[in-house]
Design a protein around this ligand. Structure first.
Ligand code: ATP
Ligand code: MG
Length: 271
């Protein structure tokens, strides 16, 4: 479904050149739920922006269903890390969620139903008439999630979507993502720096190295499909998997010390 091949991204401007992503190759099958973890600054957001056609890669390519991505593909929705900048402050919550549906040319009746349904599923049924700036950070992020859900995407890219929500809501939203993934068969790529979250949510975890970024390791999460917050997290296998991911991330950080002194991750203990 999603194919990232030899992706490279170099930011250039005002005398500063940053090689954010060096050489990334991995793929996500149709209907798969993959989590992507990696050290801060390793290029996760950059990668998602390239995958969603918002940024042009410096090298390599992203294929969606075999076709090269050159702009935002229809059928793909994103939840950005910077939720504060992703909602229109002059539009009410309901209108924010409805906007992409209008752009899809969907009939009013159907739009209303989808908006109500999506707000309901993130626990914000009462907030439709509010303005985003009247809501807390976590609530705003849930609006952004509702907007992505209402769109009924085939592919959903999420960039640390739960970073700003409280632990309780976060657990609920994690279960919501799992449920939607199972019910709707959507393909999900979920970026997080929370190792437990990656293992709890994913069917597979892709660990990225520190910048300049390559794939450090890919790990199949062989936990039962049926997961719940209490039981799954205390299973021995869960602990094994999280340890494995943790070790890989540590290794990724150490790797950057020898590769590029002064790079993000430098100063982390050496072996
Ligand atoms: N627009 C930009 N111009 C120049 N450099 C950028 C730009 N956006 C990101 N970078 C640089 O690219 C690298 C990767 O940034 P990116 O935001 O993709 O990392 P990330 O893995 O998402 O980090 P985090 O976990 O903190 O969200 C960083 O060194 C960053 O400074
Ligand atoms: Mg980021």
């Amino acid at each position: 479904m999603l194919d990232v091949r030899g992706l490279r991204k170099v930011y250039e401007g005002s005398g500063r050149t940053v090689e954010a992503v060096r050489d990334l190759t991995f793929s996500v099958a149709a209907g798969e739920l993959v989590c992507l973890v990696g050290p801060s600054g390793c290029g996760k957001t950059t990668l998602l922006k390239c995958m969603s056609g918002l940024l042009a890669p410096t090298g390599g390519e992203v294929l969606l269903d075999g076709r090269r991505v050159t702009g935002p593909p229809p059928g793909m929705a994103f939840v950005f890390q910077e939720y504060g900048r992703s909602l229109f402050p002059w539009m009410r919550v309901g209108q924010n969620v409805e906007l992409p549906l209008k752009q899809k040319g969907m009939a009013k009746e159907r739009r209303r139903a989808l908006v109500a349904d999506a707000l309901e599923s993130v626990g914000l049924a009462d907030a439709a008439k509010a303005y985003p700036w009247q809501l807390s950070g976590g609530m705003q992020q849930r609006v952004a999630i509702a907007r992505a859900l209402a769109y009924e995407p085939q592919v959903l890219l999420m960039d640390e979507p739960f970073a700003a929500v409280d632990a309780q809501t976060r657990a609920d939203l994690e279960d919501l993502v799992r449920r939607l993934w199972r019910e709707r068969g959507i393909t999900v790529l979920f970026v997080t720096h929370d190792i437990d979250e990656a293992v709890y949510l994913g069917e597979r975890v892709v660990v990225l190295s520190a910048s300049p970024t390559v794939v450090q390791e890919e790990l199949v999460v062989d936990l039962p499909v049926e997961r719940d917050q209490l039981n799954t997290r205390v299973q021995p296998r869960f602990a094994e998997l999280r340890t494995r991911v943790y070790e890989q991330i540590q290794a990724a950080k150490r790797g950057s010390v020898s590769a590029a002194p002064g790079a993000p991750g430098a100063g982390v203990e050496k072996e």
